[in-house]
Design a protein around this ligand. Structure first.
Ligand SMILES: Nc1ncnc2c1ncn2[C@@H]1O[C@H](COP(=O)(O)OP(=O)(O)O)[C@@H](O)[C@H]1O
Ligand SMILES: [Mg+2]
Length: 254
């Protein structure tokens, strides 16, 4: 008997850019409630998959189901309203707003426009902001501007903004880009604390970070799944070593 529920199903999806298959007949399933990691070398199609899930890129064929509902052709804002939120690889904070106000804005983004302006936060929303500030470790810096916090803290603010939307499925595309080893390890802790309240799809290529997440891993290569399993299984797979680890080491040496 199946005990876990599938939250997201990517079924036989192909995405083409000028005839080039960035995603090639991909089948990919994310279970409700946990963390799932998607790794793969540069150009594997990881960000394209994210773009396709969120409705920014349209697949040539195949379909995407969220909670069993076909969302393949919905516009991005409707997919967001259904409960999927994406953190971009590039920073998305507003420089003129404090840490707290960036979070408050994110919390309102998915609402109707008349709720987004000219209304104070409700008690429940204020409590939620406190939870998120504590989660991302920025409670003491709530009144700082983004320019006054470190690069790592800015990344946490962005994760906090995604969390503040209360979306069920969070897509984090390279959340540790440019972070120190300590910040990377703190980020893994942060993501693990999201489990239960959210389902998190983490995209990265930093193996030590992936190891700390201790979650099931899917390896994408040339737009298709190469391997799925625990981090140990993935690490010991010769094919993965050849196409993924090999290339990463080449890249590091270059
Ligand atoms: N908008 C686009 N137009 C043309 N080619 C693209 C576009 N976006 C991505 N690609 C190509 O698709 C492939 C996958 O890219 P991407 O999804 O960004 O990989 P990853 O995130 O795994 O590094 C790459 O070869 C990239 O050059
Ligand atoms: Mg990418």
């Amino acid at each position: 008997m199946k005990t876990v529920e599938t939250l997201l199903a990517v079924e036989d999806v192909t995405v083409e850019f000028d005839g080039f298959k960035a995603i090639d007949s991909l089948n990919f399933y994310v279970d409700k409630g946990g963390v799932r990691v998607l790794i793969g070398p540069n150009g594997a199609g990881k960000s394209t998959l994210c773009d396709t899930i969120i409705g920014r890129v349209r697949p040539r064929s195949g379909r995407i189901l969220f909670r069993g509902e076909d969302i393949t052709r919905l516009p991005e804002f409707r997919i967001v309203r259904k409960g999927i939120c994406r953190k971009f690889q590039t920073p998305g904070v507003l420089q003129s707003l404090s840490v707290h106000d960036n979070l408050a804005l994110a919390a309102r983004k998915t609402r109707d426009w008349w709720h987004a302006f000219g209304r104070d936060l409700t008690k429940a929303e204020r409590e939620r902001m406190e939870d998120v500030l504590a989660l991302i470790g920025l409670a003491d810096k709530r009144d700082y501007l983004p320019s006054q916090i470190s690069h790592g803290e800015k990344q946490w603010l962005e994760i906090g903004m995604v969390v503040a939307t209360e979306a069920e499925l969070l897509l984090l595309d390279e959340p540790t880009a440019g972070m120190s080893p300590q910040e990377t390890s703190d980020t893994a802790d942060l993501i693990r604390r999201l489990v239960g309240r959210h389902t998190v799809l983490v995209i990265d290529h930093d193996m030590s970070f992936v190891e700390q997440l201790d979650a099931p891993v899917s390896v994408l290569h040339m737009g298709a799944l190469l391997k799925e399993g625990s981090i140990a299984e993935v690490r010991s797979d010769p094919e993965v070593a050849a196409v993924y680890l090999g290339r990463i080491e080449d890249a590091a040496a270059a």
